[in-house]
Write a protein that binds this ligand. Structure first.
Ligand code: ZN
Length: 936
């Protein structure tokens, strides 16, 4: 009996060890990396021509940059021919942004600011332009304005931008400095060179970076002071002694913020005039990153609303936190909607630049941009083998471009992106901003077709033309003009859906005693109650329909008084003490409807906004989105609106559905894009460390998997409904039925990206494009996957390993996010203060032929970081890193058995190169391991 129990004990112990090893093997450190490459190769010949109409050409941009220094005509011809093949029709100059070259001495090799004279730069550019034109592509110069080589100021110290807080001219991270746009001497020299560049390169347009300010306290140069005083009567504070001047209560500061923006526009208009002087069709392109953030206003002195004054083509540099594209698509869509408002205002197309970090990102980013009707600035150099991922997408898009260009939103629900509420809001612009983001996220998840409208759209004429419903959740600051326009809009039959502090401030940073729209709302403001608990909607009503009940509402309540007789209260807010207040109100005003929530319902669907609720692998993520409020927001937004262009049924959160009106040549109709983001729907909990881009099968995830997805589209003239998709090489004809003005279609299945086209015009292109029309939905193409071992390989119980995210691994800069699917720590050059790491090991057994293995990468630049590796103080290696760029690799270093101690051992790795934090030379380290060499 005793023997048996020992046997069982031994067996259990073995099982435990086995189980433990099994778990380790399946831990993120060792598990197989299966990653998405993308769609299979797409056979394609690029025969596209430049559209004869410049405005159509602007809708069809497929851009990429081309970096060059000195180039021969033959080389330029060869390169452009290759670029053309992939489907690109628009090339941007890279590495030649600096036109002020040759004045000061060049301090150092600054990326993007190459040495060489302006004449040399023009000569090389001219060859590339010629090569583009031979290949039916367009070319634009991509240059900087105020980002200059700091050597310039040795000759012209008065050209520098001055920080009023410090009184100094700041240096940027790359060693560049900033000149001031208000400096006429600098700008005149720059304009002269701009004209020479445009005239002599024969380029098709320009994109100018950095006509802007660089930070909230700039600029206090002599020119800014003089001009500001002369044009506004206000004085700027003394440099280095600004006291409390920079505060929104100071009217001079507020005027200064707007004045800077005016100056930026002025300079762009001057530049545009020069660019157009010798080429009336030259395109003037503009773009911005993080376009919704107030930083644009406080730091740069601009907003993308300014684009409506000067830009012909507009873009978005898409940079969510950690470039974590997989999960942040709702945020990106919100910013793309804002860009679309600008593009449609100008009457142009739009494009997006993403920074893909893994091949799979190309596909999910393409879904994101396509769903928002955006073309691309393709970043093709980001990662090795990127062409495998982007080429099939680009080719498919170009092949179908006649269908994809010239789209505008048919949505008649408008959500105002209110610069006044963000930037001139004395009760807190950030709550409005987050509410705006939350509203957009809710409408996307609820599949309600909406568009963003901008301040410029808030006139009676434009509102009447653009929307039937205006959504102004907590839109606190509105100008008198906007208030009047909204009043008119409702009087004439428009619907106003609003909440919170609507119109409680003007656009001059003043809180009012009452809502400016009080007469429209039908009640007055009586303060704010801090502790809400629930919103109760007792009975079926005109706003929320059948959606009734008690909704958890732990936010503050807006108190109301003097309710007009015709105001109906459909819901009540209940505070923590059980006291009730009017919560959801409706009234008729003129011919229109006014719906008001006495609180912040939109905040109950908050997902993420910059720095708020970040998604970090390995960390807890909290989901603040209440699905009950999603319904409530969506129901209220569509109330009283009888002709929304698209009604979607049986589609879950994570499938994005967007409608566009299309008109090109004789083709016209409504197109509906259906995109699968189901693999990027984040759930509350610890965010997985390894995140693969994936597109789960849709059917099992539908609200009712037994039923098809159904779409009703307001397209009364529909003659045929077609379905095209990168998921298969065919055009499918879909059966449909009419219900009044709506056309109804049921999707037999849904894969990853479908475009349904409700054709109301010539449909001959659909019949030829994919070799005729089929009636049966073809199966989905298989996506290409790549399977790789973890950098550390298989778990080896005989080795000692310390990963970069271990506490025994100290120093350097540890990212919170793993880099390229491995834990990562970066050491920068000797000026960084984080140029070395120390790793401590405990060794409890003799290792006969020990070797030191390091998993690491170099800095993605042609040069190699110089490094030194020490074991217990003794140098093991000193020299240039042999690790590869843009990918991890393993290297072994011989060590002497005698140098290894029993017990604690220390490995030190240092970057001995000269450089600051965040710049080259750097080395990324993933782990350090000591094991027995397999070699003899
Ligand atoms: Zn200045």
């Amino acid at each position: 009996m005793k023997k048996l129990s020992i046997a069982i004990f031994v067996l259990l112990a073995w099982q435990n060890i086995f189980a433990e090893e099994n778990t380790i093997q399946n831990s993120p450190y060792y598990q197989k990396r299966i990653s998405l490459i993308g769609y299979p190769e797409y056979p394609f010949t690029n025969n596209t021509k430049i559209f004869s109409s410049p405005s159509e050409q602007r809708q069809a941009y497929q851009m990429r940059f081309f970096g060059y220094k000195i180039i021969s005509q033959e080389a330029a011809d060869r390169e452009m021919e290759k670029i053309k093949e992939s489907g690109i029709n628009f090339v941007l100059a890279e590495d030649n942004r600096y036109i002020m070259r040759g004045i000061g001495e060049m301090d150092q090799n600054i990326p993007g600011l190459n040495a060489g004279t302006l004449e040399e730069m023009i000569e090389n550019t001219r060859k590339v332009v010629e090569a583009c034109h031979k290949n039916n592509m367009q070319f634009i110069n991509h240059i900087t304005c105020t980002m200059v080589d700091s050597g310039l100021f040795k000759k012209h110290s008065d050209w520098a931008m001055i920080d009023m807080e410090t009184g100094k001219s700041p240096l940027n991270r790359y060693g560049t400095a900033n000149a001031c746009i208000n400096n006429d001497d600098f700008m005149n020299e720059w304009f002269k060179r701009l004209e020479k560049l445009c005239l002599e390169t024969n380029a098709d347009g320009i994109m100018i970076d950095e006509i802007q300010f660089f930070g909230p306290f700039k600029c206090g140069c002599k020119w800014c002071r003089e001009k500001f005083k002369k044009e506004t009567g206000y004085e700027l504070p003394e440099n280095g002694n600004s006291k409390n001047w920079f505060n929104m209560k100071n009217p001079a500061y507020r005027r200064w913020l707007d004045w800077r923006s005016e100056k930026v526009i002025e300079r762009h208009l001057q530049a545009k005039k020069i660019v157009r002087k010798h080429n009336p069709n030259a395109v003037y392109s503009a773009y911005s990153c993080n376009n919704t953030t107030s930083w644009n206003y406080y730091a740069s002195g601009s907003s993308i609303n300014n684009f409506t004054e000067y830009a012909d083509s507009v873009g978005y540099e898409c940079e969510p936190h950690d470039y974590f594209y997989q999960y942040y698509w709702p945020h990106e869509i919100m910013e793309l909607k804002y860009l679309r408002a600008i593009a449609e205002n100008i009457g142009t197309g739009m494009w997006t630049l993403f920074y893909e970090k893994a091949l799979g990102d190309y596909t999910i980013n393409w879904f994101c941009s396509m769903s928002q009707g955006s073309r691309r600035w393709w970043r093709v150099h980001g990662i090795p083998n990127s062409e495998k991922a982007y080429k099939p997408l680009l080719s498919w898009e170009v092949k179908h471009q006649d269908i994809l260009i010239n789209t505008i939103s048919p949505a008649n629900i408008g959500v105002l992106f209110s610069l006044d509420s963000r930037d001139r809001n004395p009760i807190g612009g950030s709550k409005w901003m987050k509410g705006f983001a939350a509203t957009c996220n809710a409408l996307i998840d609820g599949h309600i077709p909406y568009k963003v409208v901008i301040d410029e759209d808030i006139t009676p004429e434009k509102l009447e033309k653009k929307v039937k419903t205006l959504v102004l959740f907590n839109t606190a600051s509105l100008s008198e003009k906007a208030v009047q326009a909204i009043r008119e809009f409702v009087k004439k039959g428009g619907n106003l859906i609003c909440s919170g502090n609507i119109s409680i401030c003007n656009n001059n940073y003043e809180k009012l005693n009452n809502f400016a729209l009080s007469d429209v709302l039908g009640f007055s403001y009586a303060g704010e109650q801090k502790k809400g608990k629930t919103l109760i909607i007792d009975a079926k009503n005109e706003v929320t329909g059948k959606l009734t009940g008690s909704f958890k509402y732990p936010d503050s309540i807006i108190l109301l008084k003097d309710l007009d007789k015709n105001v109906k209260v459909f819901g009540k807010m209940v505070d923590e003490n059980g006291k009730e207040y009017p919560g959801l109100l409706w009234r008729k005003y003129g011919k229109g409807n006014v719906v008001y929530f006495a609180g912040y319902p939109e905040m109950r669907y908050f997902f993420h906004y910059y720095n708020d609720n970040l998604i970090k692998p390995g960390k807890m993520w909290k989901d603040y989105r209440d699905p009950e409020f999603l319904k409530l927001i969506c129901e209220s937004v569509i109330s009283f609106n009888l002709d929304i262009p698209l009604i979607v049924q049986n589609v879950p959160q994570g499938i994005v559905v967007e409608a566009y009106k299309h008109h090109f040549k004789d083709m016209k109709g409504i197109q509906v894009h259906v995109a699968n983001f189901l693999g990027g729907v984040i759930k509350e909990g610890v965010v997985p460390i390894i995140n693969e881009v994936s597109f789960p099968e849709a059917r099992p995830l539908l609200p009712d998997p037994q039923k098809p997805i159904s779409l009703k589209v307001l397209a009364p003239e529909t003659k045929k409904v077609y379905l095209i998709s990168p998921d298969f090489d065919a055009t499918v004809g879909l059966p449909f039925r009419k219900e009044g003005n709506y056309v109804c279609v049921e999707l037999p299945d849904f894969y990853r990206y479908f475009i349904l086209y409700f054709s109301e015009g010539d449909d001959s292109e659909f019949k030829t494009l994919n070799n005729g029309v089929v009636t049966k939905l073809p199966p989905a193409k298989k996506l290409l996957l790549e399977e790789k071992n973890a950098l550390a390989g298989k778990y080896d119980p005989d080795s000692v390993i310390v990963f970069a995210d271990d506490t025994r691994f100290t120093g350097g800069q540890k990212g919170e996010v793993w880099k390229l699917k491995e834990p990562s720590c970066t050491i920068y050059g000797t000026e960084s203060g984080i140029s070395n790491v120390t790793i401590s090991f405990d060794i409890n057994k003799k290792i006969e032929k020990p070797i030191l293995e390091i998993g690491a990468m170099d800095d993605n630049q042609p040069s190699k970081a110089p490094i030194e590796i020490k074991l217990n103080g003794k140098t093991v290696f000193r020299g240039n890193s042999t690790f590869p760029d843009a990918g991890w690799s393993l290297r072994s270093f011989k060590i002497d058995k005698s140098d290894l101690k029993e017990g604690r051992n220390i490995v030190e790795i240092s970057n001995t190169g000269k450089g600051p934090r965040g710049n080259i030379p750097w080395m990324g380290i993933s782990f350090v391991r000591i094991k027995t060499s397999q070699k003899n």
